[in-house]
Design a protein around this ligand. Structure first.
Ligand SMILES: Cc1cc2nc3c(=O)[nH]c(=O)nc-3n(C[C@H](O)[C@H](O)[C@H](O)COP(=O)(O)OP(=O)(O)OC[C@H]3O[C@@H](n4cnc5c(N)ncnc54)[C@H](O)[C@@H]3O)c2cc1C
Length: 404
């Protein structure tokens, strides 16, 4: 269930292991949400807690993704990135990141002085920088299309415009009910159904709701965090070489506003992170009242905002003011003005939050007899999609063994 990068990669993996697979996706095209609204960065595992699933999947994932892109001739580039300590006070956190990256087995990491860093990115201002040579860029929408072709070649079926609206446990199987296209209701307006021995929930922004359809009661909630991207004026094209990132707040899974050279050309700046007005509300003109109600009645959100009042306020200003956004980017690359920023895409992160307001940092799975749920798959989920698919296919075996 779910035709984003993780659902597609998992379908592909299960087909390669000899299973008969049908993938159902509610949108008329695959990869329509997070998988095509992201930074397009190949993350190599710098940020993640050593030993976590995320760290393992990122390290394995970038290797399998770059190999896949090379085999399928998908444009990509391992261009490297700089994590910039804009201020001397950020250097200890930058050095901690270096240790974390080393613990995760990354190669070639080095701390640079300001002069050394400026030889790589002449436009930055920094006290010091961390060079991460293994990171790169790719177009994930292209990758998603390639996964679709693989699934077709392997004999799998993809049902588009097919929204899962009910999940019913039968003796040894699950009955997956699909809503008629355009229907908003849950049960009652089923158009079709599929009976399956094994069901995998890769529903991204809707994964907790899909889990509830199966009778699971996850206490964590998906809180949608919207991020706005801006396109940088072409006069900066030759002045921003590759990827320029800030030193992130270690308590939050968001990496901070960064500059990304896109594989299709152009430079993007962003994203910030503020509550979206709906799980799929990409602009403020399309609020979804049900989603909004769900979010604001979740105590975790209020606890989160009380825990991080300064961050919340700052992100609010970043959301509504191009001037504040330009000022934020100027911490890394001075001289960028509001006029250099033209509104680009926005993306919405499916971030799982606990009732105590803390954010689930790692990938999160839940098992039921014959069913496996992916309940948190934030960045670097795109980079790691092939590695996650391998892991999910192994975990699916456990879910099958639970069937009495
Ligand atoms: C702003 C942003 C920047 C990011 N940057 C990066 C990056 O640079 N590098 C990186 O590696 N990762 C990045 N990520 C993370 C990455 O994009 C995600 O981890 C990955 O795309 C998750 O894939 P998915 O398949 O789980 O989710 P999605 O792509 O959201 O797919 C879920 C699918 O499920 C479908 N669905 C939902 N409900 C139903 C239903 N009831 N029935 C049927 N189908 C359903 C949806 O329509 C959707 O297509 C970023 C994410 C965001 C939002």
């Amino acid at each position: 269930m779910g035709g984003g990068l993780i659902g597609l990669a998992t379908a592909r993996e299960l087909l390669q292991r000899g299973l008969k697979v049908t993938l159902v996706e509610k949108e008329p095209r695959p990869g329509a949400h997070q998988s095509s609204h992201n930074s397009g960065v190949l993350h190599c595992g710098l940020y993640y807690q050593p030993g976590s699933l995320k760290a393992r999947m990122a390290v394995e994932g970038i290797a399998s993704m770059t190999q896949y892109c090379a085999e399928k001739r998908i444009p990509h580039e391992i261009c490297g990135k700089l994590v910039v300590a804009a201020d001397p006070s950020e250097i200890p956190r930058m050095e901690a990141l270096l240790e974390r990256g080393k613990a995760n087995g990354l190669l070639g990491l080095e701390c640079l002085t300001s002069e050394q860093a400026k030889r790589i990115e002449p436009s930055i201002r920094c006290a010091a920088a961390l060079r991460v040579p293994q990171e790169g860029i790719v177009d994930y929408a292209f990758v998603a299309r390639s996964y679709v072709q693989d699934i077709k070649d392997l004999g799998g079926a993809i049902w588009l415009a097919s929204r899962v609206c009910s999940l019913e446990k039968q003796r040894k199987t699950w009955r997956v009910g699909l809503a008629a296209p355009g229907s908003l209701s849950t049960k009652g307006q089923e158009a079709e159904s599929i009976v399956a021995d094994l069901v995998v929930n890769c529903g991204g922004l809707q994964c907790d709701r899909i889990a509830r359809l199966s009778g699971l009661r996850p206490e964590n909630r998906i809180v949608p965090f919207r991020g706005q991207y801006w396109k940088l004026h072409s006069r900066w094209q030759d002045r921003v070489k590759n990827l320029i990132y800030p030193v992130p707040n270690p308590e939050l899974p968001f990496l901070g506003v960064h500059l990304t050279r896109m594989i299709q050309g152009g430079i993007e700046v962003g994203p910030n992170a503020f509550l979206a007005l709906g799980r799929e509300s990409y602009t403020f003109l399309q609020p979804n009242l049900k989603d909004l109600w769900d979010a604001i009645t979740f105590p975790g959100l209020w606890r989160f905002m009380l825990k991080y009042p300064k961050v919340t306020l700052h992100e609010l200003f970043l959301t509504f003011s191009r001037r504040v956004f330009a000022k934020e980017v100027c911490r890394l690359v001075p001289g960028i003005t509001p006029d250099d920023l033209q509104m680009g895409i926005s993306g919405i992160r499916a971030q799982s939050m606990r009732p105590d307001g803390s954010l689930v940092q790692d990938f999160d799975l839940a098992h039921q007899p014959g069913m496996l749920h992916v309940l948190n798959a934030p960045s670097p989920g795109a980079t790691a999609s092939l590695a996650i698919a391998g892991h999910l296919a192994n975990e699916a075996q456990k879910a099958l063994e639970m069937v009495s």
